[in-house]
Design a protein around this ligand. Structure first.
Ligand code: BES
Ligand code: ZN
Length: 443
């Protein structure tokens, strides 16, 4: 195994699950690993404590005559459950053929570690970089980057840059360089429905009272009509329609409907009329149930009416939907439709707006040249993505710069799911991509 790959494996062994309190120490050990790596390359690497998980900033000695490129990544990962569906342990990286299996392999350790190694290679070869680099590596992306916005505001001068580069998005297919010029935003909430003061015998009381599990099911069902349009009043008011050029461009990509069927394994597609699967995934807003629960979950049956039930929702947003406004509309909707005989409590979660940039800007073009150089001279495809990186719009608002989304995630990389994987091919392409990107941005 190459030294670069074994270093990535070392990084992947930290169980840096940001949402889980019991991994707090692992977060500190993981950021310590990064600090040591970046310092050993001659960068000035500082760990900044926050109210949550630490943020690492590392810089080469800046030169005023050179542009400054921020490289953003996140060292936190998603939880691993369901653990029994992993074929290899999530924090024991395993190489099978070209694939590295581990939680965080693609999202996002493998992708930003490739940038770190690209910088290291350039420094070894030339003794300096063609641009000023600021690595900004956070540990709370998977929980909404709750402390990064205020960090950007507090350290605006220290983080001043001309552009930001992020490899945390996808490629449309292996070997096809892909430039992402837009992301959906996100807004999360959960609600709990309460009925009786205690769990009840469903035979003794059933029929005379409202069952909170049924109420949650009814409320969740009220979010969409049968065609998939969202029924929350005002939800679509500020939605920007897709531009004609992007619909045409996406239509020229390999068949997105077929790919969506194949990647997901569903028996049929479903959703709003008049849009292709790619348009729905990249350019239309959604309301999704991420979790739902209540009542007996064990083996066999238990005749009970649970005293409460809950659902966790997230909304994906498009330009110009305002996350706070969407949360307000959704909470109002849930309170209005909560059936009689029970009460609802809505708890708002994290939120961030959608992002779009001009892919034809000079930075956008430089990024596309770099992508092309990293992938055998092939022309990059231009896409938007359905996932969210909420800090990207904050980088725009607070630091005033665009983010270049240079994704290396493949359609079958299983991010957020069991058996997440990253190919060695893309890891190596990521290293070349970083080298080409810094050269192109220096021009
Ligand atoms: N890397 C993803 C975002 C992503 C995935 C963008 C695929 C494009 C394609 C990121 O780590 C992520 O999962 N973000 C969360 C953000 C949320 C928890 C605030 C998401 O999109 O669910
Ligand atoms: Zn993620």
């Amino acid at each position: 195994m190459s030294p670069q790959l074994s270093e990535l494996f070392e990084f992947l062994r930290f169980p840096s699950i940001s949402t889980d309190r019991s991994h707090r120490e692992d977060m500190h050990r993981c950021v310590g690993f990064l600090q040591k790596k970046l310092s050993s390359m001659g960068l000035d690497a500082k760990v900044h404590q926050t109210a949550g998980h630490p943020i690492l900033v590392a810089k080469n000695p800046p030169r005023p005559d050179r542009p400054t490129v921020m490289i953003y990544g996140h060292y936190d990962v998603q939880p691993v459950d369901p653990l029994h569906e992993w074929k290899t342990p999530p924090f024991e990286p395993t190489l099978v053929g070209d694939k590295i299996y581990a939680r965080g392999a693609t999202d996002n350790k493998g992708q930003h570690f490739a940038h770190i190694l690209g910088v290291e290679e350039t420094l070894k070869e030339y003794g300096e970089l063609p641009v000023n680099v600021i690595f900004l590596l956070e540990g709370e992306e998977e929980i909404g980057s709750v402390n990064l916005g205020s960090f950007l505001t507090q350290h605006r001068d220290y983080l001043r840059c001309d552009v930001c580069a992020v490899s945390d998005t996808g490629m449309i297919a292996p070997g096809i360089p892909t430039f992402t010029y837009g992301l959906r935003g996100i807004a999360c909430l959960e609600f709990t429905v309460r009925g009786p003061a205690l769990d009840l015998h469903s035979g003794v009381y059933g029929g005379a009272i409202r069952n909170p599990c049924s109420a949650v099911a009814q409320m969740v069902a009220s979010l969409h009509d049968s065609e998939g349009r969202i029924l929350i009043s005002g939800f679509y008011d500020s939605v920007q329609p897709l531009e004609r050029w992007e619909r045409e461009m996406w239509a020229s990509l390999p068949d997105g409907d077929a790919a969506t069927l194949a990647e997901t394994g569903v028996p049929a597609l479903w959703g709003e009329d008049g849009y292709t699967a790619l348009e729905q995934r990249w350019g239309r807003p959604t309301a999704e149930v991420n979790g739902i629960g209540g009542g007996y979950q064990g083996e066999g049956s238990k005749t009970v009416i649970a005293r409460e039930a809950f659902a966790k929702l997230s909304f994906r947003l498009v330009p110009d939907q305002q996350p706070d406004e969407i949360l307000r509309l959704a909470a109002d909707h849930l309170r209005a439709i909560c059936p009689t005989g029970c009460t609802v409590e809505v708890t708002l979660g994290h939120a961030g707006p959608a992002y779009v940039m001009d892919p034809h800007s000079s930075h956008g073009q430089a990024a596309q040249r770099a992508l092309s150089r990293a992938f055998d001279g092939k022309e990059p495809r231009l896409i938007r993505e359905g996932g969210s990186i909420p800090i990207i719009q904050s980088v725009k608002d607070i630091l005033g710069v665009d983010s270049l989304l240079l994704g290396l995630a493949l359609p079958d990389c299983q991010i957020h799911a069991p058996n997440e994987n990253f190919t060695v091919t893309n890891f190596e392409a990521g290293i070349r991509l970083n080298r080409a990107l810094l050269e192109e941005l220096a021009k």
